[in-house]
Ligand binder design. Sequence first.
Ligand SMILES: Nc1nc2c(ncn2[C@@H]2O[C@H](COP(=O)(O)OP(=O)(O)OP(=O)(O)O)[C@@H](O)[C@H]2O)c(=O)[nH]1
Ligand SMILES: [Mg+2]
Length: 430
Amino acid sequence: MLYDKARIFVQGGAGGNGVSSFRREAHVPHGGPDGGDGGRGGDVVLLCDDSLRDLQSFKRWPHHKAKRGRHGEGALRHGARGEDLVVRLPPGTVVEDWEGTEYDLVVPGTRVVIAAGGPGGRGNKRFAGPTRQAPRFAERGLPGAEGWVDLRLKLLADVGLVGLPNAGKSSLLSRLTRAAPKVADYPFTTLEPVLGTLEGEDRQIVIADIPGLIEGASGGAGLGHDFLAHVERTRLLVHVLDLAPLDGSDPEENFATIEAELAAHDARLAALPRLLALSKADLVPEPDAAAAAAAWRERLGDDVPVLVTSSATRAGLDELAAELLHRVPLEAPRPEAALAPEAELAEHRTFRPAADRGWNVERLAAGGFRVTGEPIERLLARHDLDNDEALAHVEHRLHRMGVVRALEAAGFEPGDDVEIAGVVFELDPG
Ligand SMILES: Nc1nc2c(ncn2[C@@H]2O[C@H](COP(=O)(O)OP(=O)(O)OP(=O)(O)O)[C@@H](O)[C@H]2O)c(=O)[nH]1
Ligand SMILES: [Mg+2]
């Protein structure tokens, strides 16, 4: 699993409703309209965060909803805007929304509004004018954008586990992370790299378990060759060395074999910082393990930490995890990020073709007409059609938008039914 994938549902907050209200003052019998507007719903915002490395958490919590806007109130009090919801994603995540728009989150700090909050409804004050001084209706807020979003991340390992076949690499990975690589007591159990994520307090790092290396690996022997290229991009190698090899081989020679193969493959690999994890400590008496560790420390000097570990008893594993988190440097922000932190610069955005006028009129075979289209459906969603004044306002808007003219062109006559967004009207074209 070199790709990590998740599917999440995002939903912008709904806009708050506008309110219909009238000023009341002791000495004024009929005050003017003073209904405030509803607040805008919060957005769901994706944020590229360098402290994350995988999409695991999204598998457990797929739903992400921003807060709704507050409703308006009397005395022209407008509702507060709904709070945004920030969803943090690791660098390298490719996002595809429900309409097929793609975003590449590469630069830490990049933000994308993936689901905009709905607009708030206007209060009745806004509908007052010379011809209608006391409107008794207000608009409703609209729902926020929503839909399923696909996330795909190519995992790049921070740490590579290297060592001879059977050294215990996969066992270590399965103890340090949630990965479940196959473990068995024969060489070449692992046939291709397996990645796992180590969870730190404030960040995650990716560990790659690669197939065992043998003498000649850099020249193509065994399985490891193809995968040496994979560890080239890591920032730290953990050399896993069996303290008590079953085949009776000498750990010192085994160590030299692996180091020679790394150097022969690529000078950059040989130059990567190292950590030596002596494995299977439970199979040797404790004093022997301690003596071996002391001897390796002596040989390798201060640059290479030496840890005694056992996947069987978990001895030394917390220390190993802490050492890995400590020694893998946080990625330095790339230059673009320094120039435009927090900027909306999602790359490779593919734009949709522009919308047409946005609505359509059709004559139904069973009689009557149907009007479809987002602007029209939004208009209806905004109003309480049981309120006569709101209904009159909607009809007025339909005239202004040219919908009534289009209906008449399609053969509409007074008394015919018109269905809009599932609601059937009797429109008065007059
Ligand atoms: N007693 C004991 N056995 C271990 C320990 N770690 C690994 N083993 C055993 O050693 C054998 C090899 O372990 P793996 O984790 O598969 O080794 P590997 O390095 O991934 O091997 P390849 O994938 O073949 O390169 C298995 O039988 C494990 O159960 C340990 O800490 N203690
Ligand atoms: Mg393995």
